[in-house]
Ligand binder design. Structure first.
Ligand code: B12
Ligand code: SF4
Length: 602
């Protein structure tokens, strides 16, 4: 909080004469299953939502949208790495006559209860509060009625912002300064173009509260596909809107100047960004001609390898890791989720294409599709381990996220959905499953992590990586981190961080504040237990790593690395009727394409 006070305090005698409009942006975290806020000494990476909104307010400040006599101060707090002291925010704003507002930024459904808990005392103190992000946008995009959760915010005088704030922030800031904030700003039908708009940015001091030198930005928004569990297409649309290569260069240079050279490009599907090639060409120029050693993690789809030059240019542009929504290897499940673009017949070719250029892969795998049973999922995981050259695999519960078609359909059918939004984090079973009890589904989630991240399979992953020229030590660290997160922290790795911090008073208001003795003795036992488990993981992975490195000169190959074409008998393609049908379909399409090519050549 010291830094908040410093950031919003007048900086010179001259500025003391001026009026200051104070904006405090908070990206809320959410509560763990014991009701404590999830907060770390270092969070994994900066939140792009926070960077986007910070950039926009900072731009309002530079352009003096409140007139020449009023300065705008903005401070960004990411609750996953900084404790939010609501009392101090109230005191600071009170000292400024409540001239300013608190923005609760990028609030996801699982963060909405926490956002409301932060908002209540602020509103009671008369401070204007605005909540934006995917929960508000998703709900208002899918339903005409406001719904009980959003109504609760309106009832305490919170303003809701739905849609994207580029080109709209001036209006919000002016309305807030004039004391005439509307209850709802809704811009869902009018999505802004992104060329030349203000770029996401966070000061280096915020980025340094995260684990590395990674920062985030979106080069584009929107995805053409129609997965039924997806919220993105209903909020950000299916049309590709993107920043220009000039915009991207500016973002990279601004960050590079403050020592940040690793980037997570948050586009949900960078392969479908219509300007991917000109953006990558520009980055290639920055790397190869201007000597900027920038590196990237991007998200792509399972057909990206079919786009001419995409994989090769990604490599030259410094992409070192990709994330793919693999979701499932059972075609019936993929069809049920309208994930038609995911074809099991393409998985191996796609993964091998990335491996051939030494890029490592993260994939998401969803548990709880209608055809899943504990036995079928466990069999599928064994097939993946044997036959797909994947590195990091992340498991999620199939979750009807507010803003998705699945959520809307279930609500309309009157299916009982868990009412606690805090659990909409893809780590909880929230709806009845046709073939598994809730307990079986939850057990399956734990088993899936344990089954994939065995020492034997970690060794296989590292041996494959060594054969493809990937940095084995770095990969070993990431694999250990992902593999251990649930066992050590009881959290998904995407919610993880370095050294969990807990405060007795940062607890869901529905739950009691624990007595000092109980709280601290439990915390001590918990920390010792966690670090003992973590040490076990580090030791075991280190031994595996040493074995792999010692065998560096011995050529390595296994089933997953076999070339496409030699894999017809793999279980991936023969395991069930729908897999066999998918292979047959792919064969027919291929034959038609070949015939068409032959006809046009003749
Ligand atoms: C990058 C990212 C992450 C990163 C960083 C977090 C972040 N938000 O940047 C990481 C990897 C940590 C992450 C983790 C998770 N994420 Co995430 N993440 C994203 C992703 C891909 C991009 C976020 C982003 O930058 N969007 C672009 C910005 C510009 O959009 P925006 O946040 O909506 O903000 C705009 C408006 O909403 C508005 N606005 C927002 N706040 C405010 C405030 C004010 C005052 C105003 C005026 C306007 C305003 O203006 C902004 C600028 O236009 C989104 C998908 C997406 N396309 O957005 C998913 C997404 C937000 N994540 C999601 C989820 C579920 C998670 C996880 C819970 C699950 C998981 N295991 O992945 C974890 C939670 C951990 C955590 N602590 O956040 C869901 C949320 C859906 C929902 N209904 O809740 C999304 C939509 C993806 C999905 N699966 O559907 N995530
Ligand atoms: S590919 Fe990803 S972003 Fe696109 S619709 Fe499917 S889940 Fe959403």
């Amino acid at each position: 909080m010291a830094e908040i006070v410093a950031a919003i305090a007048p900086s010179s005698a001259a500025s003391e004469q001026r009026k200051r409009f104070r904006v405090v942006l908070i990206k809320p975290s959410h509560y763990d299953d014991d009701g404590y806020v999830i907060r770390w000494y270092r969070s994994p990476m900066p939140a792009n939502s926070l960077a986007s909104v910070y950039g926009l307010i900072d731009d309002c400040a530079q352009r003096r949208v409140l007139g020449p006599d009023i300065d705008i101060d903005v401070v960004a707090i990411d609750e996953t790495n900084t404790r939010v002291r609501v009392d101090r925010v109230i005191a600071e704003l009170a000292g400024n006559g409540n001239f300013g507002f608190v923005g609760l930024v990028g609030v996801q459904s699982n963060q909405y209860p926490r956002a409301l808990d932060i908002a209540r005392p602020l509103r009671a103190a008369g401070i204007p509060v605005i909540i934006g992000g995917f929960h508000v946008s998703g709900m208002l995009a899918m339903f005409d009625d406001i719904g009980a959760d959003l109504q609760e915010a309106l009832d305490i005088g919170v303003t809701l912002f739905a849609g994207e704030a580029e080109e709209r922030m001036d209006e919000v800031v002016r309305d807030a300064a004039a004391g005439r904030l509307k209850p709802i700003y809704k811009y869902l039908a009018d999505l802004p173009a992104l060329e030349d708009t203000v770029a996401p940015f966070l000061p280096g001091s915020s980025v340094r509260k995260t684990m590395g030198t990674y920062t985030t930005f979106d080069a584009g928004r929107g995805c053409p596909f129609q997965c039924s569990f997806c919220t993105i297409i209903n909020v950000q649309g299916r049309k590709s809107r993107r920043r220009s290569p000039d915009d991207v260069e500016r973002i990279l240079r601004r960050n590079f100047a403050q020592g940040i050279d690793r980037f997570f490009i948050t586009d949900d599907n960078f392969a479908r960004n219509k300007d991917w090639e000109s953006i990558l060409d520009r980055i290639i120029k920055l790397r190869e001609q201007d000597g900027m050693d920038v590196r990237f993690l991007i998200q792509v789809d399972t057909l990206c390898h079919k786009i001419p030059n995409f994989v090769a240019k990604s490599k030259r542009a410094g992409v070192t890791r990709i994330f793919i929504g693999l979701e499932n290897i059972n075609p019936d499940n993929l069809l049920a989720a309208k994930k038609r673009q995911n074809k099991i017949t393409e998985y191996r070719e796609m993964l091998l294409a990335w491996k051939a250029v030494g890029i490592w892969t993260y994939a998401g795998y969803i548990l709880g599709f209608p055809n899943d049973t504990p036995e079928s999922v466990k069999r599928d995981i064994e097939i993946i381990k044997r036959e797909l050259p994947l590195d990091v695999l992340e498991f999620f519960f199939l979750t009807p996220l507010p803003g998705s078609e699945d959520h809307k359909v279930l609500r309309q059918k009157g299916v009982p959905l868990d009412p606690d939004l805090n659990k909409y984090d893809l780590e909880h079973a929230l709806v009845p499953h046709p073939k598994m009890s809730k307990a079986e589904w939850e057990q399956l989630y734990r088993d899936a992590w344990a089954l994939y991240y065995t020492p034997a399979h970690i060794e296989t992953i590292l041996r494959r990586a060594q054969a493809y020229g990937i940095n084995v030590l770095r990969l070993a660290q990431i694999v250990a981190l992902f593999g251990s997160s649930l066992a050590v922290e009881k959290l998904h790795p995407l919610q993880g961080g370095f050294f969990r911090l807990k405060s007795r008073h940062e607890r869901r208001p529905e739950l009691p504040v624990e007595p000092i003795w109980t709280f601290y003795s439990k915390l001590a036992v918990e920390i010792v237990g966690k670090y003992a488990r973590m040490a076990g993981w580090v030791w075991s992975t280190w031994r595996v790593y040493r074995r792999v490195v010692a065998s560096a000169k011995v050529p390595y190959s296994d089933q997953a690395m076999a070339s496409v074409g030699s894999d017809a008998t793999f279980d991936l393609f023969t395991q069930n009727q729908s897999a066999r049908e998918a292979v047959e379909r792919a064969r027919k399409i291929d034959a038609v394409k070949r015939a068409a090519r032959a006809a046009s050549a003749a």
